[in-house]
Design a protein around this ligand. Sequence first.
Ligand code: IPM
Ligand code: MN
Length: 362
Amino acid sequence: MTKEYQIVLLPGDGIGPEVTDEAVLLLEALAAAYDFTLRFTTEVAGGAAIDQDNDPLPDRVVEACLAADAVLLGAVGGPKWDHHTGAMRPESGLLKLRKSLGAFANLRPVAVPDSLATASPLREAAVRGTDLLVVRELTGGIYFGEPRGRRGVGDEEEAWNTMRYSAGEVRRVARVAFEWARKRGGRVTSVDKANVLVVSQLWRDTVTALQGAEFPDVALEHMYVDNAAMQLVLNPRQFDVIVTGNLFGDILSDAAATLGGSLGLLPSASLGGKVGLFEPVHGSAPDIAGQGKANPIAALLSVAMMLDDLGESAAAAAARSGVEAALADGLRTGDLWREGLTRASTAELGARIREHALAAAG
Ligand code: IPM
Ligand code: MN
């Protein structure tokens, strides 16, 4: 009996639809090769949903996602909706989705293949061989903390957010990080600002206690976030698994994107609830939207993470080797192209990746 998976597609805004199209083509090719069936439904999210439903994530879309086996999101946001505030921003739709799915653990792997060791503005000697995993807490912290607000006028006008974590929230995301470290290099770096923030002191105490109680075989180190930002670009190979809160993880993962030379490479999986959410780390890039310039790799590697989560690990491995082989061929979208390499459109790079993935599937 062939397995069947229900996938909700949320192409979203900007380059989201283009990279989602490539993701679907790769998924369909791999489904045929590995003998499983995919049922896709497409829903609106972000700015597209504001335009259509006057709501960045209508409840029926949440329902559809909760009923699926996986959700693939392109990107949300853009200048068209920049004047929106609060719950009417496209980004609020994404935050609502993460929260509704209970996706508290956001995995953002950063691996630099040899073909990209010279793509970064950082020195090759520093970045070559980088292979790290950022585990970002995704449904708590300052992104969601209450109270939040804005009031007053003139010099008295003020605004506030709250960075709040419970020990339980810290423990569950730290557990994910330790478990990944066991499957990888056996080391966790917990990133916080415990020299200043009391919320970070709870974070640090909780992670330390968990390691002692459940993960004595995993090495744990703590690092302040300012130092972590520097260490990431100075000596990224020192890291195996990084676990951190929502805001620090957002910032550090963009910084880590410089290691491979482009934000267009980084995939993510948001797990912890019943249904996983898979999305490229990059945004909607409205400046290049609709021109076939977007790098599809982040979306295609997100597909690989989705396939792993669904239990289709052979198909996931084929997707990853397809990406590596197309890069080794020298194909690059504009974000990574330079003299001596072959410039490719979104669709051309996507097609080459599919070809190689199918060859790997045999
Ligand atoms: C990300 C993005 C989002 C975030 C935005 C679009 C809400 O920057 O996924 O990293 O801040 O989490
Ligand atoms: Mn971000």
